[in-house]
Design a protein around this ligand. Structure first.
Ligand code: AMP
Length: 301
């Protein structure tokens, strides 16, 4: 594996790989790797000749009040973990390399960014789509792997790539959970033992909501009520609890087809998000709760 810091060098390596018949898999991240990140790299490694992972804590997607300065970082551990996961090129640009001038061009995806996390983080997705568009432009034709943990982000990036005819296939990968059900996140590092215990309430609430649907409920209001009461029982105050269509994140009047139940909650210094997706056809319900990791969080950093 080689570590690359310059845009021009990354572009050249990707162009050269394609000229010699190789396919390129891309995994954009903000680093501080856990098994969720590594699962994307392993998927890319299984399907592509050249795997590029990027680590860039993108200032554009953090609001003034957010945790840009304290965001956890550990480049040495990330480098070792990426290499073990089959990454060929680790791209770690500096902020001036990515933004040599103050940004005057941003990529904005409307509608999909308006509710859910966009409601409390109104500038967040513009920061994400702008940096991901830059990465797609630098890397060129490739398949890009994103986690379903950030369900809205995946939908937004997929739509951006389609609308702008970017030569990138966007692939969504399973949400990876800790053994106790908590969704893996770099921000879990902020949690005290007591907060960590409370964080388990998110998955407990989502599981209870899914069970309600499996038992035949198709009205979103009672499903949401179960989610809210179960998370409240764990001492959580939700930022949102929403049920949307999985494809375009529109609110649903009745549960049918593929839907996502998504939640966000502040827990101590962290803001945690989680979701489950369900495929509903008549009485048939298939619930996707994600996958449980074999590793323990912290073992890679
Ligand atoms: P981040 O470093 O948090 O920006 O995440 C980089 C990529 O890893 C994004 O595509 C995330 O959706 C994905 N990711 C983060 N946490 C998880 C998780 N627990 N399971 C699956 N993918 C994840």
């Amino acid at each position: 594996m080689i570590v690359v810091e310059r845009i021009a060098e990354l572009r050249e390596r990707c162009d050269l790989a394609r000229r010699t018949g190789s396919t390129v898999g891309l995994v954009p991240t903000m680093g501080f790797f856990h098994d969720g990140h590594l699962s994307l790299m392993r998927a890319a490694h299984a399907n592509h000749d050249l795997v590029v992972t990027t680590i860039f804590v993108n200032p554009l997607q953090f609001a003034e009040s957010e945790d840009l300065d304290s965001y956890p970082r550990d480049l040495a551990a990330d480098t070792a973990a990426a290499e073990a996961a089959g990454v060929d090129v680790l791209f770690t640009p500096s902020v001036p390399e990515m933004y040599p001038e103050p940004t005057v061009t941003t990529v904005h995806v409307a509608a999909l960014t308006e509710g859910l996390c966009g409601a409390t983080r109104p500038t967040h997705f513009d920061g994400v789509t702008t940096v991901v568009a830059k990465l797609f432009s630098i890397v060129g034709q490739c398949t890009a792997y994103f986690g379903r943990k950030d369900f809205q982000q995946l939908a937004v990036v997929r739509r951006m790539a389609a609308d702008l005819d970017l030569p990138v296939e966007v692939v969504g990968c399973p949400l990876v959970r800790e053994q106790d059900g908590v969704a893996m996140s770099s921000r879990n590092a902020y949690l005290s033992a007591e907060e960590r215990e409370r964080a388990r309430g998110l998955f407990a609430g989502l599981r209870a909501a899914a069970a309600t649907v499996e038992n035949g409920e198709r009205d979103p209001d009672p499903v949401r009520a179960v989610l809210e009461s179960e998370t409240a029982r764990h001492g959580l105050e939700l930022e949102y609890a929403e049920i949307r269509t999985a494809a375009d994140l529109t609110p649903v009047a009745e549960l049918d087809g593929e839907v996502v139940v998504a939640v966000a909650a502040p827990v101590g210094q962290a803001r945690l998000i989680d979701n489950v997706t369900m495929q509903i056809a008549g009485a048939e319900v298939s619930v996707d709760l994600g996958v449980v990791t074999l590793a323990t969080q912290g073992s890679t950093n």
